[in-house]
Write a protein that binds this ligand. Structure first.
Ligand code: NAD
Ligand code: MN
Length: 358
């Protein structure tokens, strides 16, 4: 069997509960999938910062780059008021490993979910997340400013990631039409606010459009490009999420849209993601460190377990990934769920149930 070396970065709060859950599922894949795993722990987070003064140690980056094929990241806490010397390690990790895309699938499973099968493809390295902010005084009052940076190269990268995913979804739909309500061509919706931000979002829109136009006629027979201004996108997504397929967005809009989209499928605790670059992938639940429930055995492990599966997909192992998604969905439908989904099962109960379904 093939051995994959995977870095595990629990971070803070429920990261310590959901990362072992993801690990357990990977370890429990049947031998017929032909994968073995070696796991290495890596530090990052606010607790680590409080102990050592460093939020993302260089050893973590080196370990991932040098030894690992992929990684699973839990969540980190970030104080809402500025703490000198601290800045979010996940934002830094995405930049240092050139993980330029954050891919966030949201698909309904439970009858109470809104019919949804979309993937939000979020640019992961720039926009307002370059964190170039400053505060100064004018006429005795403080004024704060932030840079919103959009580059052609990062926008090309994210557009092409969205197009690859759209094409792949088209093909897998042909192979298994029952797997989704979506029919016909894949649709990529580019989301922006270029009516107001004509230069930054205007560039994002223009580059996505011109990358689309450059594709082959075969591609154009399978994938269509639409656009939606971000505020009306929010409205339409909540009114009729079933219309959307692949959504491509600059960093901040992608972050907000995907947390919001979690409400369509019951809980932030089930929405997974992967940070993807050309040579590395980090699976990551979309939720944060959930300090309100940390340490109580209540954390929903599904987002992290699905993130592990998505990591496997991007590493080129769709079969074990599909096995994990199927086992997770069966468990959800059987009602073996944590309190955020109205159940009274613990994190461990849910993990054991999914293991038994693999
Ligand atoms: P959060 O996602 O941690 O929690 C929001 C709500 O969802 C809470 O009520 C929480 O209990 C619930 N929730 C989240 N994940 C859950 C799970 N797996 N199972 C059950 N319930 C779950 O967001 P927040 O409360 O705004 O932020 C808490 C901390 O997390 C902050 O310090 C924030 O900076 C950080 N954060 C980190 C990341 C990241 O690491 N990528 C992302 C978002 C927020
Ligand atoms: Mn978020």
């Amino acid at each position: 069997p093939k051995t994959l070396k995977i870095g595990l970065i629990p971070g803070d709060g429920i990261g310590h509960e959901v990362i072992p859950a993801g690990r357990k599922i990977l370890e429990s894949l049947p031998a017929e999938d032909g994968l073995k795993f070696e796991f290495v722990h890596a530090d990052a987070g606010f607790d680590h910062f409080k102990q050592t003064g460093v939020a993302l140690p260089q050893e973590t980056i080196d370990l991932l780059k040098r030894e690992c094929q992929g990684a699973l990241f839990g969540a980190v806490s970030s104080p809402t008021t500025k703490v000198a010397g601290y800045s979010s390690p996940i934002v830094a990790l995405r930049k240092q490993l050139k993980l330029y895309a954050n891919v966030r699938p949201i698909k309904s499973v439970l009858p109470s979910d809104k019919l949804t099968d979309m993937v939000i493809v979020r640019e992961n390295t720039e926009d307002l997340y370059v964190k170039e902010e400053k505060t100064y005084e004018v006429d005795g009052e403080r004024v704060a400013e932030a840079i919103k940076r959009i580059s052609e190269s990062a926008t090309k990268n994210i557009a092409n990631m969205a197009f690859r995913i759209a094409l792949q979804r088209y093909n897998s739909r042909l192979a298994d039409p029952e797997s989704t309500h979506l029919k016909g061509k894949s649709i990529v919706t580019v989301t922006h606010k270029s009516n107001v931000l004509s230069q930054t979002d205007g560039l994002f829109r223009e580059v996505v459009r011109s990358e689309f136009d450059r594709q082959s006629s075969d591609f154009h027979s399978k994938v269509e490009l639409k656009e939606q201004i971000v505020d009306s996108m929010v409205y339409k997504m909540f009114r009729n999420s079933s219309e959307f397929d692949v959504v491509v967005a600059p960093n901040l809009y992608g972050d907000i849209l995907s947390d919001g989209a979690a409400a369509l499928v019951g809980s932030l605790g089930v929405v997974h993601s992967a940070n993807v670059g050309d040579s590395f992938v980090v699976g990551e639940p979309t939720h944060g460190s959930a300090p309100d429930i940390a340490g109580q055995g209540k954390a929903n492990p599904v987002a992290t377990i699905r993130s592990a599966a998505l990591m496997l997909e991007f590493l080129g192992y769709p079969k074990p990934a599909a096995r994990i998604y199927k086992a997770v969905n069966e468990g959800l439908l059987a009602g073996v769920v944590t309190p955020d989904l109205g159940g009274n099962y613990s994190t461990t109960d849910v993990v054991n149930d999914i293991v038994s379904r693999l």
